[in-house]
Design a protein around this ligand. Structure first.
Ligand SMILES: [Zn+2]
Length: 450
């Protein structure tokens, strides 16, 4: 039975042009028709044929119908005929609240609840900063993949999600209002620009919605694209099109996004969300240290730590004094000089001695004063060797910081040899995990002796 062809069937007014009677995904079904008895009966009849053929039946307790401008007597009739209750929008479809008007903060509250639940479930264990970075990436990517691809989310909701992620990154499962070591805007920069590669949610949201703009421009063969061309755009030119005043909130948002990407789309090159994102947030200055710190060779825990060092963001004594938390900035390890990044890792007598021991062990000159310059300018070794030296240096710096904390909090001064042994253990463990692809005999021999 083809219900659309029946002479008594009337389409829903916004579905007539593309002959749309239903949407179906897995076991979710939405049917549309004009609010009149004959059309409803025909639609139910067609559904019953479908049920008999497939064995799939409706659960009237879990199904609802939605009407607008239909008399109360007909609503009662529909309830009796279908066994369903009348409900009101927003309704939930495929895990998303579908509103008829502007997406409200209330509609998105379940999204916030999901983010909190996911972070609580996965983050209840004690994770390092690096572990939390991975977890936040997974939460944000879920959002990117789903909600943010469907709606332009309210800025309040995006702000709330970012706050949850930000607090979880710095304080784990016990959020605090203390300032963060690095501002969120910097964290959301690409790694090349010294960030952690998180995406800025609002910009990514607009960039993904830009995909719809591209589809409409290309008249891609999607039901939705056919529908907007039939109902909204009609014969107008999409690039010059302006929505009429009664157009839906979601459609007007897509129109705004179209205006943002007009220059990009006019190039005629295929659009991707990635392209849209970097169109709105162009790559600017690159940082020279990123390939030596943010790479898969270095243990993630050490990598995150070095990322903080590279930006001078550790809570060293000099910073704590500036913040009014401490009165004295003297180094807890040597007790002689003021502690800042440079002193802690290079100037302190203890660190200098560690450098000499590590240098003797790996037979490579360890930097004397500035690791950033060392990371950038070291050109005398092969790429593989440079990366392994990066692993050594990252581990050394991490353990120097751990040692400094032990001196400060537990008043324990570790033996030099013990600290160097920890570095050696870390580096050997890391090398076992890494798949070394190197043809140089001298580098392989060097690695074997580490
Ligand atoms: Zn010192």
């Amino acid at each position: 039975m083809i219900v659309q062809k029946h002479k008594k069937f009337r389409h829903h007014p916004l579905c007539k042009r593309i002959n749309l009677t239903h949407l179906c995904f897995a076991d979710d079904l939405i049917m549309f028709c004009k609010g009149e008895r004959a059309s409803i009966d025909l639609l139910l009849k067609a559904f019953n044929y479908f049920s008999k053929a497939t064995g799939l039946v409706m659960n009237s307790g879990k199904s609802n119908f939605y009407t607008n401008g239909v008399p109360a007597s007909l609503v009662q009739e529909i309830e009796q005929v279908t066994g369903m209750k009348r409900s009101a929008v927003p309704f939930r479809y495929l895990g998303i609240n579908v509103p008829s008007k502007r997406l409200s903060i209330m509609d998105c509250n379940c999204l916030i609840e999901n983010v909190v639940a996911k972070i609580r479930a996965l983050g209840s264990r004690k994770l390092s900063y690096a572990g939390r970075v991975v977890l936040i990436q997974s939460v944000l990517s879920t959002l990117h993949c789903y909600w943010a691809r469907i709606f332009i989310l309210p800025k309040t909701i995006i702000g709330a999600i970012e706050k949850i992620c930000r607090q979880y990154l710095w304080y784990g499962k016990d959020p605090k209002e203390n300032p963060a070591l690095v501002v969120w805007e910097k964290i959301c920069r690409p790694k090349k620009q010294g960030g952690l590669g998180f995406r800025d949610l609002h910009t990514w949201n607009i960039a993904t919605i830009g995909t719809y703009v591209w589809w409409v421009q290309q008249k891609t063969d999607h039901l939705w694209v056919r529908w907007v061309h039939a109902v909204y755009i009609k014969s107008a030119n999409w690039m010059d099109y302006e929505p009429r005043s009664g157009a839906s909130w979601a459609w007007r948002k897509i129109f705004q996004v179209k205006n943002m990407f007009k220059n990009l789309l006019s190039t005629g090159e295929p659009y991707t969300a990635q392209k849209g994102y970097f169109f709105l947030k162009p790559l600017t200055d690159k940082v020279a240290w990123y390939p030596w710190i943010l790479n898969k060779w270095i243990c993630p825990k050490h990598s995150f730590f070095c990322w903080l060092v590279a930006q001078n963001r550790l809570l060293t004594q000099d910073r704590l004094v500036r913040m009014g938390i401490l009165d004295t900035n003297s180094c807890e390890v040597c007790g002689v000089m003021a502690e800042d990044h440079s002193h802690l890792f290079f100037g302190c007598a203890f660190s200098k001695q560690c450098h000499i021991l590590v240098q003797n062990w790996c037979n490579v000159l360890v930097p004397a004063h500035d690791c950033i310059q060392w990371w950038i300018k070291w050109r005398t070794h092969s790429a593989t060797k440079k990366k392994i030296i990066g692993v050594i240096l990252a581990s050394l710096m991490y353990h120097l910081w751990q040692h400094r904390n032990a001196c400060r909090i537990d008043k324990i001064v570790m033996k030099l040899v013990c600290l160097v042994q920890k570095v050696q253990q870390d580096v050997r463990a890391r090398l076992q995990l890494l798949d070394l692809k190197c043809n140089s005999r001298s580098v392989l021999d060097w690695v074997k002796n580490l």
